[in-house]
Design a protein around this ligand. Structure first.
Ligand code: ATP
Ligand code: MG
Length: 333
């Protein structure tokens, strides 16, 4: 039972690298904003990371700490938000197993995000764990009886599946689970620096929250712009320009001016990139300061993760009592 009167949030990320601006606008900004209002659980999904990164486990531990530091730098407050590690909560894996009894292979194979990601990762013959990760994600969410899941657009089919699983479970056994709602961020899908795919840790097209001011400057400098613009006076087409796409997100106040200046050839790409760099660094600077203070206290980050995992484990155990009792597999009472 949720003793805390606040509604619950569950969301998280795979520790496959550092967090980037796509994570921030897609989900992390909402987590920071809502953490006072909701009882928030943030999962570092290390088991889910293994679904595509099973052979790279030497990076996993580094990435777990990296991502935890990214959360804290972005403004997640460990006193009120619970950051925890998925593999350390065995009940999640138990619940995944129960859900996989009534979730069919065809439903998973037709999931559009699974299809896109399988192609991205070159998985023609999908590992069982990869095909089934949305089931495991349903367990992540529902074991916390989460009401709300702040995520990027690619996650919508997965939350839809979680809702179906809850309805099915509640109907088959007893109504002990909560149907989660999805909350997509201001920018459901931030484009990557390549101008093609979504910004992603695995695709080498990201501006990371941990990038220095110089790294941000260099990445913006190298970003793909309108190929038709050679000279400053050439008329621009902002709709094909990655730099403009980022102005739309990170420089809303000046967006009309940026667009008109580009279309009429009044501003060169260099100046336009400088403006964007300044805006991005304005957003990232406070994060850099907080990051620095956590980097100076590595033991503190470890303590935060241990304490968060302990808190999350207690909640998961409680839900599993309800689940086992509903399924009549609590043989000894
Ligand atoms: P990977 O390439 O390892 O899958 P990723 O960059 O796709 O990494 P995830 O850990 O899969 O990141 O996603 C974590 C969360 O961030 C999800 O809610 C996802 O929707 C959101 N997210 C990731 N990339 C973007 C993006 N470019 N725009 C908006 N939201 C995003
Ligand atoms: Mg992903």
């Amino acid at each position: 039972m949720n003793n805390n009167k606040k509604k619950r949030i569950l969301t998280g990320d795979r520790p496959t690298g550092s967090l980037h601006l796509g994570h921030y606008v897609g989900s992390l900004a909402n987590r920071v904003k809502l953490q006072d209002e909701y009882d928030s659980y943030i999962i570092i999904a290390d088991v889910q990371a293994l679904t595509t990164h099973w052979e790279k486990d030497e990076n996993l531990s580094r990435d777990v700490f990296q991502i935890a530091t990214d959360y804290l730098a972005a403004g997640i407050k460990p006193e009120i938000s619970t950051i925890f590690i998925q593999s350390m909560i065995p009940e999640i894996h138990e619940l995944t197993m129960y859900y996989s009894m009534f979730t069919t292979v065809n439903v998973l194979r037709h999931n559009p995000t699974i299809k896109t990601e399988a192609a991205q990762h070159g998985l023609s013959d999908m590992p069982y764990g990869f095909l089934g990760y949305p089931v495991s994600q349903a367990a992540d969410i529902t074991i916390f009886k989460a009401d709300l899941v702040p995520v990027g657009e690619d996650q919508i089919p997965h939350i839809e599946l979680s809702r179906k699983i809850v309805r099915r479970f509640n109907e088959l056994y007893e109504p002990v689970l909560v149907e989660p709602q999805v909350l997509v961020g201001d920018v459901p899908r931030l484009i990557g620096l390549d101008g093609k795919d979504k910004m992603s840790k695995s695709l080498n097209n990201a501006i990371f929250l941990a990038d220095s001011a110089d790294e941000v400057k260099q990445k913006v400098w190298d970003a793909v712009t309108d190929p038709a613009r050679i000279r400053k006076t050439d008329l621009g087409h902002p709709e094909v320009c990655t730099v403009y796409a980022y102005h739309q997100v990170f420089n809303k106040a000046e967006i009309e001016e940026v667009e008109a200046d580009c279309r009429q050839g009044r501003i060169g790409c260099v100046q336009c990139k400088k403006k964007l760099t300044a805006k991005l660094n304005e957003l990232l600077e406070p994060m850099r300061e907080r990051r620095q203070s956590y980097l100076e206290q590595p033991e503190l980050v470890k303590d935060i993760l241990q304490e968060g995992t302990r808190r999350a484990h207690a909640v998961a155990k409680e839900t599993m009592l309800d689940v086992r009792s509903a399924m009549k597999i609590n043989y000894f009472g």
